[in-house]
Design a protein around this ligand. Structure first.
Ligand SMILES: CC(=O)N[C@H]1[C@@H](OP(=O)(O)O)O[C@H](CO)[C@@H](O)[C@@H]1O
Ligand SMILES: [Mg+2]
Length: 561
């Protein structure tokens, strides 16, 4: 590292001292905390992003300022790798060390050692390009400045501000830039709208949906997703969409609204109620990378019929399986008859037991990973087509490049020898899905369009979709403890290996409940232990969740020894 670079780092970092008495961890989805604590961390993530770009031969890297479903006073920062996915897990320890370095000297020492180990040249001869995005949180603007300062403290690094965008939009832009395709926000909207229209044009003539099922009402979580859906809606003249909680009418981000609230509390979001009985409703989360659907069952209650990430996964799996079955039918005389694609489905321990049973009965390969998009995405990428969703509505579909190449070739074959055939349509539908779905990360807007297209293709109402299988009643709780990192889990977070004894106690409690299942894990985004329980009745699920929460408090709570 030359003297110019050293003095630049020392002088700039001295303007961003780390918060006292706080230890930050990159967690499930980047650094996340009260916004007032984050300026130094965001500055240092700016440095990290610049180094990551230099390490990746100048590939474009993304930095997103968001705290997703957390309350508005929080904020966070996470990196989008050149593939558009999450930061490589191998760099997370360095990210943690950077964020927690106590002084500028320590920070400089860390960077010096790291760039030597990683063979990163800091002579300023290479260009590093970082796309910056932020959601609608008030703290975003000042944290954006800190990120820019961090980036510009690395010689040759350039920050490009993409403004207020959804998290998936930024990931999509990074992926598109590194694939050498057009990557503006308009390009994003055009890709989604044109591929959506392609699927609508391919709807079988017999599929009809009733008038009441034409309308969709969307809860925008008072966040960035509502305003972006407004733009998209104007490009989709075929869709009847009403957007509420867009953030324009003074509502507070994620407060009583949004996909996390709807999925966890199973309550209708603010602005929804008895006037919406029977309608198809959807809810985005605060940065529009999560989506759930719901319907209001009757005028009497505030509860909802939730159609969660597991059901979206099931809908996508049915549709894709149908197209693959059509393609694998004996080909016409001039095309190859055998056609096999490896379709995989990835879930986490939060997936409702009924969904896993349903998917296995469909003959699908179902595998599990720990919570966090980075784990599911990595696993899904092992298939020709990998579908992953968390129950809370994080998820997407990944198509391998080799599969898409062979699919494109098959589509061309069909177009010349059997134009208009069912095989040709099936190939075109899958190609359209691969363009509509955001393959970088879970994207509430692209997921919503795919759900809408498939429901129209099937001629299904939300009620018909929800009846695919009946969820086992479940309950999630959060428990504040002295130190959540004391809990170490294994087997995709389904068992606790440390502290000793608690898993045996959970097992004994769970055994008391028919079809009981329960697990605990440390949250990566909030300072809590999360408790999940499901059983044959809601009362039993609630009781099991409360019993396990008491065990957590006994073993780990403030009163524990
Ligand atoms: C139970 C739950 O909803 N966990 C969420 C939450 O992670 P935690 O580590 O559980 O806080 O936020 C993550 C990032 O948004 C998301 O990937 C994950 O599904
Ligand atoms: Mg989110």
């Amino acid at each position: 590292m030359n003297e110019d670079q050293r003095s630049l780092l020392l002088s700039s970092s001295s303007r961003f001292p780390p918060p006292q008495g706080v230890r930050l961890s990159y967690g499930t989805a980047g650094f996340r905390a009260d916004a007032a604590l984050l300026e130094s961390t965001v500055y240092r993530v700016g440095i990290l992003a610049a180094l990551r770009s230099l390490k990746m031969d100048g590939s474009v890297i993304g930095v997103m300022l968001t705290a997703s479903h957390n309350r508005v006073s929080d904020n966070g920062v996470k990196i989008a790798d050149p593939s558009g996915g999450m930061l490589s897990q191998s760099w997370e320890p360095f990210a943690d060390a950077l964020a927690n370095a106590p002084t500028s000297q320590h920070l400089l020492q860390l960077i010096t050692e790291f760039v030597e180990k990683e063979n990163i040249s800091l002579e300023g001869v290479r260009r590093a390009e970082i796309l910056l995005g932020r959601d609608t949180r008030p703290s975003g603007e000042s944290l954006l400045e800190a990120a820019k300062q961090g980036i510009s403290s690395i010689l040759g690094a350039v920050a490009i501000d993409m403004g207020i965008v959804t998290t998936p939009q930024l990931h999509w832009m990074v992926r598109a830039r590194n694939k050498g395709i057009k990557a503006s926000e308009l390009d994003y909207f055009e890709q989604l709208s044109s591929s959506f229209r392609c699927l609508i044009d391919l709807i079988p003539s017999g599929s009809k949906i009733s008038e009441v099922d034409e309308k969709l009402v969307v809860d925008g979580a008072n966040g960035v997703g509502g305003e972006k859906l407004e733009v998209l809606r104007k490009m989709l003249d075929g869709m009847v969409v009403e957007i509420r909680n867009s953030g324009k009418d003074g509502g507070v981000l994620n407060e009583g609204v949004g996909a996390d609230y709807v999925q966890k509390e199973k309550f209708a979001p603010s602005g929804f109620g008895s006037q919406d009985v029977g309608l198809r409703c959807a809810s985005l989360d605060g940065d529009a990378d999560r989506l759930v659907y719901f319907s209001v069952p009757s005028k009497s209650c505030n509860n909802i019929d939730l159609v969660d990430g597991d059901k979206m996964l099931s809908l996508f799996a049915i549709f894709i399986k149908e197209q693959l079955n059509t393609l694998s039918k004996e080909g016409t005389e001039n095309t190859s008859s055998s056609y096999h694609a490896r379709l995989g489905v990835v879930q986490t321990a939060y997936a409702n037991g009924a969904s896993t049973d349903y998917l296995k009965k469909l003959g699908l390969e179902v595998v599990f990973t720990p919570t966090g998009v980075k784990y599911l995405h990595e696993k899904a990428a092992e298939y020709d087509i990998g579908i992953y969703f968390e129950a809370n509505g994080h998820g997407t579909i990944i198509f391998s490049e080799s599969f898409l190449c062979s699919l494109e070739a098959r589509y061309q074959e069909f177009s010349s020898v059997s134009k208009g055939s069912e095989q040709q349509k099936a190939a075109l539908r899958l190609l359209a899905v691969s363009k509509l779905i955001n393959q970088a990360v879970g994207d509430a807007l692209s997921g919503l369009l795919l759900v809408e297209a498939i429901l129209q293709h099937m001629g299904w109402s939300i009620q018909r979709w929800s009846e695919l299988y009946k969820d086992l009643p479940s309950r999630q709780l959060k428990v504040k403890v002295v130190d959540r990192t004391a809990v170490i889990t294994a087997n995709a977070e389904t068992v606790v290996v440390r502290p000793p004894g608690i898993q045996e106690a959970i097992n004994a409690e769970t055994a008391k409940y028919p079809r009981g299942r329960s697990f605990i894990r440390p949250s990566g985004t909030e300072d809590v232990i999360r408790v999940y329980a499901e059983a044959s009745s809601q009362e039993a699920a609630n009781s099991l969740a409360n019993s396990v929460a008491r065990l957590v408090d006994q073993f780990l709570g403030f009163g524990s020894s």
